[in-house]
Structures are given as C-alpha cells and as structure tokens.
Design a binder for this molecule. Sequence first.
Ligand code: SPD
Length: 388
Amino acid sequence: MILKQRSLAGLVLALCMALLAACGGGTASPGNEYGGGGATTPAGGTSAEGVDRNRLSRELYFYNWSDYIDPDLLAQFEALYGVRVIVDTYDSNEDMIAKLRAGNSGYDVVAPSDYAVAIMAAEKLAAPLDATLAPNLVHLDPDLLDQPFDPGNTISVPYFYGITGIAYNARSFPEGIDSWAALFDTSVIAAYRGKFSMLDDERETPGAALRYLGHSLNETDPAVLQQVEALLIAQKPYLAAYNSADVNRKLASEEYVIAHAWSGSALQARSGLEGEFSGNPDIRFVIPREGGMIWMDNLVIVADSPNSYTAHVFINFLLDPEVAARNAEWTGFLTPNQDALPLLSEELQALYAEGFAPDDEVRQRLEWAIRNEQTAVFTDLWTVVKGR
Ligand code: SPD
C-alpha cells in the first residue's frame, strides 16, 4: 500500500542498521510477536549519539494500543541497540491503568491518552521523565507540549494525536453522513442493525452521545447523564458490538457499514495494513456537525519500570523525525513531530485533506476529554450501560 512506501532516506537508514547489526559481533536476540528476531547486539560502549549501551536492558516491555506502531521500527530499534521490544496491546485507558494499579505489571512504557496521563500522575503510576535523555524532544510541535494534563511534560511525551468521529462505507451511504443521528437515531439505525459498532470506551461513547444531545462531552449534570444512559441503552439492541480493537478490519471487510471510530483506525480501514489486511477504497471519515473528540496519546514510563534508561532511549528513537514519519505513515494517526511533517507522503497528506485529519473549520467542533472529580462519574455510567 502507498502508506507503507519507504523513503530513500529510510531505506538507507535500514541498510546502515543491517550493516551495523552484521558487524556488531554481539549476542543474538530472539524475535518477538512482530518478528524482527535474529538481529545481533552492536558492540558495547557509548555511541556517538550519546547512548550508553552498557546501561541498556536486553528487553523492553511496551504496553500500547493495538495497531499503533510500525513493526519494522521495532526491528530497527533492535538492530540499532540490541534491545528487543515486546509489545502487548490494550484497547482502553482504563484497562491499561487497571493493570498498572495492580502493581508489578512488568511494563516499562505505556501510551495513555491526555486525561489518563492526569490519572497516572495523581496515582503516582508514572516515572519522571529526564528530558536530557530525550534530545529529540526538540522536534515536537511546541503547541502540543505543556498541556494541562501534564504541565511541563514532567512524565509524558506526545506520541500521536487524533480525532473521533464516524467512519462509513460510501457505497452504503452515497449521500454521506453529517450527524451522530446515523449512530443514535433508532429509526435510522434499524436499517443496518448488527452492522455497526461504537467504541468500547467510557469517555468516547458517552461523549459522542453528549455531543449528539447538544452538550459538552465533559457534561456531568445527572439529568443529562440520565438521557445519555437512556440513549445508549436504546442503541444497544442494534449494535454489532462495542469495539475498539478491530474496527479497522471490520470496516475494511464490510462486516460493518458504519462505525464510531478513531481517525487513524478509519484511515487504516481505507488503506489497509501491510501484512495484516487490505484496505477498502470506499471508506470515508467525518466529524459530525454536532462535534467530536480530539485527543492525544503520550509515551509514559511506568513508575516501577526497572528499565527507565532504555525506556528513554526508546522514546527518543520514536521522536526521531524520520522514525516518527514512518510511524505516522503506518498508523494513519497524526504526528505531533513538526519535523516529521515535511517527510509525509503526498498520499497520506491527500487523505488528511479528505477528512482523516481536521481542518480549521472542523477544529472548531472538537473538544478534549477532561479528567476531574466530576468526570469520574463516567466510569459508573459506562458500567451500567455495559451491564444492561
Ligand atoms: N488503534 C490505536 C488507537 C489509539 C486510540 N487512542 C485513544 C483515544 C482515546 N480517546
């Protein structure tokens, strides 16, 4: 697929890494679930780029959202540093945080969304970030740093951002979609009963319902939340599932004709994922006129990570503009790396312009989820809705 094309610079980088691995004379390391095994550890010592190889662990455990890192980058990282990155995946901030709360998770790096960074900070689940170990921070867009959920970026580094709206198949909806009614109005959704999904997410799905009803997605007035609960319960019999895991695949295969989706997942449905599934050229993405969510996922080192130094090196690697651009091409999400933007392919930029990224007009209709004492109520609301 076009999104997986390698730039010339990327090819050169990969060749250099392969050469380094071949000449390193280090120990062989096994592959992981993404492949990429068999690379050799480069010789020890501190490299020219300032990494002290003697402080690197042999493995790093990355707990990440599904379909959210180009597997080739893991192989590149292993070839460069001799560190095998093991990736486990989750599909909601709450699932990830529950694992960390239990303690001894074994994970080194996680990717919480904005409001979830605030939860991790409050519960002391994150390790301090040492900016001197991540010089590539200079490549990030300053407008996306120093956010209210982590002033000064003391524990988090922007990874990707995105928007949440409706992905649909243009052959099923030739007139297009412009309202959340397409997912909530029971007189409308009856026509595609069992062929659509909502995100399995305690902030996203009540948030979409709130915007449909004309409210902020952070509204916590009990009377309004009663309406949200009623709307979501009325919708349930028509849903195929609450699904945050493989909406991309099910839209691409046309098992779903429409879905509540993250922008990058929708773009994956459109373009496919190399080695995983083929894209579907009829997939479109829209932020409904009532508005939707904007969010940012961030790299955070887990408080009890024994591999904090290696975690910093991994984060710094992901912040390299060439690496960040490749990752954005693969995932379809929006990179906060301003020096990666000129490296993005024309094909990806055309898809962004088509609606898979917000323009100035759409940005006016987007809202961030905020975490405070009041919004904690969404956990209870979601438990009630899921239990019905
Ligand atoms: N498949 C990757 C999905 C990343 C989603 N980020 C979470 C946004 C939460 N509002």
